[in-house]
Design a protein. Sequence first.
Length: 239
Amino acid sequence: ILKPFFNFKDASVQKKAYKAFEQILKKYDSQSSNDKNNNNNNNNNKFFNKYGNDLVDDLIVNNNIKHVYSATKKNRLNCLTILVNNSKPSVVKKVIVDNILTEILFSVKESNNKTREQGFTLLSLLSSKYNQSNKNFQENSHVNFINDKLIAGLAGKTTHILSATIICMTRLYSTYTSSSINELNFEFIILVKLIQTVLMLLKTTNREIVKSIISFIKTSIKVLSYDALLTIPDSNNPN
């Protein structure tokens, strides 16, 4: 019933459709459900097991996001968050990530603060789900998601995508602490390469990109220990 209204050309109608759909999904969301009864949780699982693939197709794979108005984006991101939360890690990795990552990058540049924050929430959840499908990484590690998927945005041809990618990496990067990263673990090796890549972009004169890089550098200083920072090679000096 609601599907035809997701791409409706009237912003108010489209927003109402996403809000109504959000309420339906919340009813079956395992995370937002206030009822801890096992039967209720089983019903939630049954709902997403039965309709999950159809929801992914309708809301993500076959949906034209160009027709989503700014006023609707927060509600759509809420729907996507619930859907990702209740999707299997393998589905997230193989189907969902590549279809919504660009949308998330655009959402963190929105003027509405609530839309931006929901975009970051979805980003973090997406990264966690992505990591769950890989047995070699811890659940709370965002490094492989950044290295496998997010870093590709640094090759973007527009200022918007470049700065949004750095902003998203900074947000995920900020969840680490100096005690969780040292010169001996894999996260540090990947993050050093990431820092070097981002610093090379400082050659640009674009204010928007430089601003996002400065924020990234501040986070690096906060997250890494002094000794760890000293081990990072100078990206401007290959020798």
